[in-house]
Design a protein around this ligand. Structure first.
Ligand code: FMN
Length: 451
């Protein structure tokens, strides 16, 4: 069977996307606190036969840059306001039938029992369309919102995350598939021999089980991750079935693709079961020059300081202390190493200043921008898909819902015409859309099998 392209849409349950300027764009909805905006985007993506809608999340307002909340609030920096995506997802599964819905949830500030329970519930309510973007969180400010003084260090938070997923798997398996009997005649509700305690006693967690939620349609959510540092990529290679990647250059995307697929093989996995999704922001026009005008209009709205505020959150490092017109320096960051390495690599490659990096961050957190006619955008997707950089793409919006309307109406038909993308759903679960077989509830061993 020919390899199939996958598509997802990116949102934050908020006024912006990756683009910090998106809320100011005339084509953007500002009522992100109500249900209609999300319903509209989800239904548009479903009309375009997308695999899933992805929600990023964070557990703090952005206070890392100069220890200041006033500037991010007044400029509408990413996460200066956001609502809980899990509840948004629950509202969306009632107004869609096929679209997968993937939510970010941290392994650092919740207990596996909570997380296993909400995702099993979402999997039931959506009849098998749930995905979990597993993150370890990045900042001290998040720790402080949850009663801790400091964020735990990288190695320890990943070690904790591994155990977290292992416990969640045990909980999702605590009800056998046929445990629920519900025989009104005999009065037997569930077969007690088919519902199990898990009695987990580990380094970070204890949980007795079973879950209150019977076995869900997909057994569990599709596991999604965005590993970018070396330890993060190993985490993704062990667990993830879909990986969200940011890299602005085709060379970087190809290197990431090869690296993560080979790490997945080292864990004894079939690399085809790990779908890699780089992300981009499209600017689509009837002509290339119209598309370029749209891009320029949007980029003009992006404020470099707003971008540096988010870079400071992502890396958990205060970039307000440096010269804006100097290159980004060698610093050690406790937050996301992967995103910092990317910023530094770009700065070195193109001799960019900190202000330039801030501008790119505000334009779209270093995402590439695909610009042109529908056919030119489809060319870029086809080239990347066939050229070893992607199994699919996460489309991020410069204006929402406008970008999604344009992409679905103009680019999707072109991808379908080329035989790259489905013209209809062939299954009903997110696993079906992604071409994944039945989900295993047995943890992949932690040890890498080949050095
Ligand atoms: C593309 C990408 C998307 C991410 N999305 C989120 C997110 O929505 N929420 C979050 O808390 N962390 C997010 N992260 C952070 C990572 O999942 C991870 O917790 C973080 O990168 C720290 O690990 P690292 O040092 O391996 O980069 C993202 C990272 C990347 C590279």
């Amino acid at each position: 069977m020919a390899r199939e392209l996958h598509l997802a849409g990116f949102l934050i349950a908020s006024h912006v996307t990756h683009s910090h300027a998106s809320w100011r764009h005339p084509g953007s909805e500002t009522d992100y606190l109500g249900p209609d905006y999300y319903r509209r985007v989800a239904q548009t993506l479903e009309r375009g036969k997308f695999d899933f809608l992805f929600f990023a999340d964070a557990l703090t307002t952005p206070v890392r840059y100069g220890n200041d909340i006033r500037v991010p609030l007044s400029s509408g920096t990413q996460f200066s306001a956001a609502i809980d995506p899990m509840l948004v997802a629950a509202s969306l599964v009632n107004v869609t039938e096929k679209l997968g819905v993937a939510i970010t949830k941290s392994t650092t500030y919740f207990h596996p029992y909570d997380v296993a329970r909400v995702f099993a519930t979402l999997d039931h309510l959506s009849r098998g369309r749930s995905g979990w973007n597993i993150v370890t969180s990045v900042s001290q400010a998040e720790a402080q919102n949850f009663g801790l003084d400091n964020h735990i260090d990288r190695d320890q938070r990943y070690e904790r995350a591994h155990e977290f997923v292992e416990v969640a798997l045990k909980l999702w398996g605590s009800w056998d598939r046929d445990a629920l009997v519900q025989d009104k005649e005999t009065g037997v509700f569930a077969d007690p021999d088919k519902v199990h305690t898990i009695d987990h006693e580990g380094k970070y967690f204890r949980s007795r089980g079973p879950l209150t939620v019977p076995r869900s349609p997909q057994n569990r959510p599709v596991l999604i991750q965005a590993g970018a540092s070396s330890v993060g990529k190993d985490f993704a290679a062990r667990w993830a079935e879909a990986i969200f990647e940011i890299d602005p250059t085709p060379e970087g995307r190809r290197a990431y693709y090869d690296d993560v697929k080979s790490r997945a093989s080292n864990f004894g996995r079939n690399p085809d079961d790990v779908k890699i999704f780089p992300s981009f922001v499209p600017f689509i026009g009837e002509t290339e020059s119209i598309a370029r005008e749209k891009q320029a209009f949007h980029n003009e709205l992006a404020d470099p300081i707003s971008g540096l505020i988010t870079l400071s959150v992502h890396t958990d490092h205060d970039f307000s202390q440096y010269d804006l017109d100097a290159p980004i320096g060698e610093v050690s960051v406790p937050g996301s190493q992967g995103l910092f390495d990317l910023a530094q690599r770009l700065s070195d490659k193109d001799s960019l200043t900190l202000r330039d990096i801030g501008k790119l961050y505000a334009q779209g957190v270093l995402l590439p921008q695909f610009v042109g006619t529908p056919s030119q955008i489809a060319d870029q997707i086809e080239e990347g898909f066939n050229g070893g950089e992607a199994d699919g793409y996460i489309v991020s919006a410069a204006q929402a819902p406008g970008t999604f309307d344009d992409f679905v109406d103009l680019v999707v038909p072109e991808l379908q015409r080329r035989g790259l993308f489905r013209t209809d759903y062939t299954g009903s679960t997110l696993r079906d859309h992604l071409g994944l077989g039945e989900a295993s509830l047995t943890p992949i061993p932690r040890q890498v099998t080949i050095a």
